[in-house]
Write a protein that binds this ligand. Structure first.
Ligand SMILES: NC(=O)c1ccc[n+]([C@@H]2O[C@H](COP(=O)([O-])OP(=O)(O)OC[C@H]3O[C@@H](n4cnc5c(N)ncnc54)[C@H](O)[C@@H]3O)[C@@H](O)[C@H]2O)c1
Length: 455
């Protein structure tokens, strides 16, 4: 099929490259000329494992452009995958979505086009995008769209760091549409994934046991709400274990054993039960805020979701409290941060705990050193306000002469550091394991005073 993707970020580019790999003819459009230039040369503008490899393999089915006029006409399916960043009152800022919808209305001409909201958008956005496309078309042509088009919702559940895996081998595909004909187009598009009939890339083999992918075919509003409800539930799980962690610390219990003890109950599940600094990233914060804001519009108070947000904020304060508890004074101390990205295997710094923690430490007069295996460039580019943070070449340099080190992002390479000689290079060998990812016994043997978030 002829597919257009609007937005070449984590979601849009991954979707476009995967669909091209499956054999569709895909054009990715983005107004940022520098991104399009990089993509045309075969480079990916952000860090995502295997994306550059797959892009190279699917190159013959891929085009890139900054111009809607070069891609909207003739497209059978148009995915909107633009950003929906948080707005001032918790509702997402929809200016990019609006621009994309208007751009589609300016150029649409095929006989039947399905416009798909893949961005995470508030309930009712399907109708809104439909009316914007229609209105713009009418303004341009002085008549109603001769051609037919329909809007569908196809929320995205990929995780940065394993985006290709999650797109090729999803837990489920959700398609929201108000007419059968619209949904049918998307079933056809996704058929190779739904039936798992494609030849897997050599570097990402099909995991054992993956068979036909469940399809949830529903109305527009339900699809839109599924995405928010899923993200809020995952956020809630993390905040729940962090809240239990506080009590666990008071009573002298072990939160990692508690997480295991409850997680092995199949009704609960072990994932998203790691106690620590809490969630970050571009989605959980903004999507829980949007859910609370939407509910408020309908006269509802989403107390559980709001509490999950409050607990998450408190966890970041606790990093400072923990360091104060140990060092008493932060002014003039040197604190090392291992990890800047909001999670391993990505360079995404949106709402990353490290940013917040660095700011709080600098405000208290501490010196801050930091390292991240892939996010340092992005950090320097997007956070000129944090230019006082000393970005180090390697973790060893971060640790040297520090009064305390905080593991902020659980990159596997930090777990395997040669900790014993590192302890000797510190002013005081204190480590705060913000992700409960390090081997406490090993760190203690290496001479560290080991602190967890809840011990
Ligand atoms: N990142 C994730 O892990 C993830 C997962 C699931 C869902 N989502 C949702 O997907 C959406 C996109 O997220 P992302 O992380 O890929 O964002 P992103 O910021 O990485 O990418 C958005 C891209 O859209 C481009 N853009 C802006 N206006 C445009 C326009 N009018 N036409 C074409 N392109 C335009 C931007 O230049 C940018 O490249 C958001 O709604 C997000 O909530 C993200």
């Amino acid at each position: 099929m002829n597919v257009t993707i609007l937005g070449t970020g984590y979601v849009g580019l991954t979707t476009g490259v995967c669909l091209a790999y499956l054999g569709h003819k895909v054009t990715c459009a983005d107004p940022v000329a520098s991104k399009i230039a990089m993509l045309e040369e075969g480079s990916v503008p952000f860090h995502e494992p295997y994306l550059a490899d797959l892009l190279a393999e699917a190159r013959c089915n891929l085009k890139f452009t900054t111009e809607y006029a070069h891609t909207i006409p003739g497209a059978q399916v148009i995915f909107i995958a633009v950003g929906t960043p948080p707005g001032p009152n918790g509702s997402p800022d929809l200016k990019y979505l609006q621009a994309a919808a208007r751009g589609i209305g300016e150029h649409i001409d095929a006989s039947f086009t399905v416009v798909v909201n893949k961005s995470t958008v508030p309930i009712g956005s399907g109708n809104w995008v439909g009316s914007l496309v229609r209105e713009t078309f009418e303004k341009r042509n002085g008549k109603k769209p001769r051609t037919t088009f329909a809007v569908a919702s196809n929320p995205e559940f990929l995780r940065e760091g394993s985006a290709i895996h999650d797109t090729l081998y999803p837990d489920r595909v959700v398609i929201g549409a108000d007419e059968e004909q619209t949904a049918e187009v998307l079933y056809t598009l996704y058929r190779p994934i739904l039936d798992q009939t494609f030849q897997p890339p050599t570097y990402l083999p099909r995991p054992e046991g993956v068979g036909a992918v469940p399809l949830i075919s529903t109305d527009l509003a339900s699809a839109e709400l599924i995405k928010y409800a899923a993200n809020a539930f995952l956020a809630l799980k993390i905040s729940y274990i962090n809240e239990i962690g506080l009590l666990s610390e008071r009573v002298g219990a072990d939160i990692s054993q508690i997480a295991k003890g409850i997680g092995l109950d199949a009704r609960i599940g072990t994932r998203f039960l790691q106690s620590g600094i809490g969630w970050g990233g571009s989605c959980f914060g903004k999507d829980t805020a949007a859910l609370v804001a939407t509910a408020r519009e309908y006269g509802l108070d989403m107390q559980i979701v709001q509490s999950a947000r409050d607990v998450n904020r408190r966890q970041r304060e606790r990093v400072i409290e923990k360091l104060l508890g140990e060092l008493r004074i932060l002014k003039g101390r040197t604190i090392g941060l291992l990890g800047l990205a909001f999670k391993p295997h990505t360079d995404d710094l949106r709402e990353a705990p490290a940013i917040d923690i660095a700011q709080k430490l600098l405000e208290r007069g501490a010196r801050v050193k930091a390292h991240d295996p892939v996010a340092m460039e992005s950090f320097k580019k997007h956070h000129p306000d944090l230019s006082d943070v000393n970005c180090c070449e390697n973790p060893e340099e971060v640790v040297r002469d520090c009064d305390a080190v905080v593991l902020v992002t659980e990159w596997p390479q930090y777990r395997d550091l040669d900790w014993e000689p590192l302890a000797k290079t510190m002013r005081t060998p204190v480590i705060l394991d913000g992700r409960l990812a390090l081997d406490r016994a090993r760190l203690s043997r290496a001479g560290f005073r080991y602190l967890g978030m809840t011990c």
